[in-house]
Design a protein around this ligand. Structure first.
Ligand code: TTP
Ligand code: MG
Length: 351
């Protein structure tokens, strides 16, 4: 059985804005897509959790949101999609360093295959690490669901928002009491149809039976929905081509000791090399000073470097950095990129 993780950022656009403007932290915040027709025409893209307490959420007309928040010190900001996309790309890059496969599902969510962790326990530990790294690097929180199928992992990530981690070992038991709207792909009209038959909970779909579901929705959709209600879903995590891989961690103490730093970078190298599925030509040292400025030093080889070559290059890059820079290092990391497939030698090359 595969182990699948679904990650979804918490109030994504709103949290990115709050990160930059900490004065917004305690206020209701609404991110708006203005249509431009008049001052308040348009819809809410998302709202932070404080604004949600007043009933404001995605899709609501801005005019209504303003009425609901009229007695508060709510702030309304226009959407900055390109900026959020940029951060999304960086977050996805971070996650892909920890998992077997990553499939980006939307600007703030991804499915990951983590079957190589071999147990829910290990997958849970790894996902805690991912949550911590996202918090440390971007100041953002996410919610994670882990299960054997995509459909259940996605429901699980939503189960304990914000900052949640939900691991589902028994999918049927987990789904039973949840309302039918939790099933992805079940739109409002389909939900209405089911309610006419008294179906409110996911377990009611199971009792209703597959053949009745097929009568209502047709063979294909009826079967799918019945399977989802039973936690059955054979959709795989679709692989996405990795362009780079890196690992970064905090040193046990801030340091300028070249031996100590070198050894730690080589540990990061070992982790990254073990995850690489292809040969690589470029290595990068990621050096974060105690004042949090980040420096990247890279070297490209003609072919995949040996461990000795990596160690030597690391020493050289590191000593030249320490000569020019007086900072102590707080975090170090190692990255690889410039992947290539090693071609099998053709017969003519041997003759
Ligand atoms: P969601 O993950 O649905 O929402 P969210 O991240 O804001 O909140 P949650 O903590 O519940 O996950 O969507 C991700 C982003 O997509 C969201 O920040 C804004 C954008 N979005 C829209 O622009 N319009 C919409 O109708 C929805 C649902 C989301
Ligand atoms: Mg989200």
């Amino acid at each position: 059985m595969p182990i699948i993780m679904h990650v979804d950022m918490d109030s994504f656009f709103a949290s990115v804005e709050i990160n930059e403007k900490p004065e917004l932290l305690e206020k209701p915040l609404v991110i708006c897509v203005y249509s431009g027709r008049d001052e308040d025409s348009g819809a809410v893209a998302t709202a932070n959790y404080i604004a949600r307490k007043y009933g404001v959420g995605s899709g609501l007309p801005i005019k209504f949101a303003k009425k609901m928040l009229v007695k508060t010190d709510a702030v309304f900001l226009p959407l900055r999609k390109d900026y959020y996309q940029d951060i999304s790309t960086k977050i996805m890059r971070l996650i892909e360093n920890y998992v077997d496969e990553l499939e980006i599902a939307s600007i703030d969510e991804a499915y990951c295959d983590m079957s190589s962790t071999k147990s829910f326990d290990e997958a849970g530990k790894l996902s805690m690490q991912i949550k911590e790294e996202i918090k440390k690097e971007f100041g953002l929180r996410c919610s994670i669901g882990i299960a054997n199928t995509k459909v259940v992992a996605k429901i699980a990530s939503d189960f304990n928002k914000p900052d949640g981690l939900t691991i589902v070992e028994d999918a049927v038991d987990f789904l039973s009491d949840l309302p039918i709207r939790k099933i992805g792909g079940l739109g409002p009209k389909a939900q209405e149809k089911l309610r006419e038959f008294g179906i409110e909970k996911i377990s009611d779909i199971r009792t209703f039976g597959k053949s009745k579901m097929c009568n209502l929705f047709g063979e294909t959709l009826g079967t799918k929905l019945f399977e989802y209600a039973n936690g059955i879903d054979d959709r795989k995590v679709l692989p996405h081509e990795k362009k780079q891989l890196h690992r970064i961690f905090t040193l046990s103490e801030d340091s300028r000791d070249i031996r100590f730093i070198h050894d730690n970078i080589m540990i990061a190298y070992g982790m990254v090399r073990d995850r690489a599925k292809k040969q690589f030509k470029t290595i990068s040292l990621i050096l974060v000073s105690d004042n949090l400025s980040t420096h990247t030093k890279s070297k490209t080889f003609d072919t995949m470097p040996s461990e000795k070559q990596v160690s030597d290059a690391t020493s050289r890059l590191l000593s030249s950095f320490l000569e020019k820079n007086n900072d102590k290092l707080r975090r170090v990391g190692f990255g690889i990129s410039n992947f290539y497939e090693q071609k099998e030698k053709s017969l003519s090359e041997y003759t």
